[in-house]
Design a protein around this ligand. Structure first.
Ligand SMILES: NC(=O)c1ccc[n+]([C@@H]2O[C@H](COP(=O)([O-])OP(=O)(O)OC[C@H]3O[C@@H](n4cnc5c(N)ncnc54)[C@H](O)[C@@H]3O)[C@@H](O)[C@H]2O)c1
Length: 274
C-alpha cells in the first residue's frame, strides 16, 4: 500500500518552492524518494531552502526565475533536461499572495471598483499565465515521455467568494497595512481550476494527469479576531496547520491517485460545503 506513494527518483518541479508551503512540498518530495527542483523568483530564499534539501537528497536543485517569463522557463527546461534527462511532475504553486504582497503597498488589497489595472494584470500574469507557461513548457517533455503529473495549486477562494466581513478592522500579520483576499487573486485561482480541466482532457491520451488542489487558509500568526472569524466559517472550526497539506499533495503527485484526472481536491475543513 505505502509503495503507491513512492516517487523514487522522479524529477519534481515545484514553482514557488521557496515559499511557506512550497518549501514543505519540496521536503515532502525528498521524503517520498523524489528529486525536488525549485523554481522561485526569490534567489536568497532558494539558496537557503536548497542547502537544507541537499542534506536529504543531494540531487535537489533550485533555479531563480520569474514564471511569467517564457524564455527564462525555456532556458530552465533545457538545463533540467541536460542535468536530469526528464521531468516527471510539476506542482504549479507559485503565486503573488497576501503574504508576499503585504509590504508592497496597500493597492493589492483595494476593492474591485478601485483596483489598479496594472496590478490586476500583474496577478493574472503570475498566478495564471505563469502556470500556463510552466504547464506548456514542462508539459511538452511529459507528452514526449508519455508520462506526467501536474498539480495546479488553486484555493478554496477559487471556488467561492471570500467573505470580506472577516477582514474588517484586523491587523495584517505581515505588514502594517490592511489584509484581505483581493479580486484578481480569486479570479486567477478560479482560472487555474478550469485550466486543469482543459488540460486533463487534452493530455490524458499522453498519460499526463492534471488536477487542481484547493487548500483553505493556513494559520500564520494571524490576528486572533481574524482566526476566530475565519474559524467560524469552517465546519471543522479552525484554520489549517502548515503541514496539513502534505498528505493531499503526496496523494496527488503519486500513483495513489492513479485514475484521478481533471478533478479538484478541496482541503478546507468543509468551508466550501456550507
Ligand atoms: N497560505 C495559505 O493560506 C494558502 C491558502 C490557499 C492557497 N494557497 C496557495 O498556496 C500556494 C503557496 O502559498 P504560500 O502560503 O506558500 O505563499 P508564499 O507567498 O509563502 O509563497 C509563494 C512563493 O511564490 C514565489 N513567487 C511569487 N511570484 C513568482 C514568480 N513570478 N515567479 C516565480 N516564483 C514566484 C514567491 O517568491 C514565494 O516564494 C500559493 O499558490 C497560494 O495561493 C495558500
Amino acid at each position: 500500500m505505502n509503495k503507491q506513494f513512492e516517487i523514487n527518483n522522479k524529477v519534481v518541479i515545484i514553482t514557488g518552492g521557496a515559499g511557506m508551503l512550497g518549501t514543505r512540498y519540496a521536503n515532502l518530495v525528498c521524503d517520498l524518494g523524489g528529486i525536488p527542483i525549485i523554481i522561485d523568483i526569490d534567489k536568497d530564499k532558494i539558496n537557503k531552502v536548497v542547502k537544507k534539501l541537499k542534506k536529504k537528497n543531494i540531487n535537489s536543485f533550485g533555479y531563480s526565475a520569474n514564471i511569467q517569463n517564457e524564455s527564462e522557463i525555456i532556458k530552465i527546461k533545457k538545463l533540467i533536461i541536460k542535468k536530469y534527462k526528464r521531468i516527471d511532475i510539476l506542482i504549479n504553486n507559485a503565486a503573488l499572495t497576501a503574504k508576499g504582497m503585504s509590504n508592497k503597498g496597500s493597492d493589492f488589497f483595494k476593492a474591485l471598483e478601485e483596483y489598479p489595472l496594472d496590478l490586476w494584470e500583474k496577478l493574472i500574469d503570475v498566478n495564471l499565465t505563469g502556470h500556463f507557461i510552466c504547464s506548456k513548457i514542462f508539459g511538452k517533455n511529459m507528452i514526449k515521455n508519455r508520462s506526467g503529473i501536474i498539480v495546479n495549486v488553486s484555493s478554496e477562494i477559487g471556488l467561492i467568494s471570500p467573505d470580506k466581513r472577516i477582514y474588517k478592522g484586523i491587523k495584517n500579520p505581515y505588514s502594517k497595512g490592511p489584509l484581505n483576499n483581493p479580486p484578481p487573486y480569486s479570479a486567477t485561482k478560479a482560472g487555474l481550476i478550469q485550466m486543469s480541466n482543459y488540460l486533463s482532457i487534452k493530455w490524458a491520451k499522453y498519460n499526463v494527469r492534471v488536477n487542481s488542489f484547493c487548500p483553505g487558509g493556513v494559520f500564520d500568526n494571524h490576528d486572533k479576531k481574524f482566526v476566530k472569524r475565519y474559524s467560524n466559517l469552517v465546519p471543522m472550526g479552525r484554520m489549517a496547520f502548515k503541514d496539513e497539506y502534505l498528505g493531499p499533495i503526496a496523494f496527488l503527485i503519486s500513483n495513489a491517485s492513479y485514475a484521478i484526472n481533471g478533478k479538484t481536491l478541496v482541503v478546507d475543513g468543509g468551508k466550501t460545503s456550507w
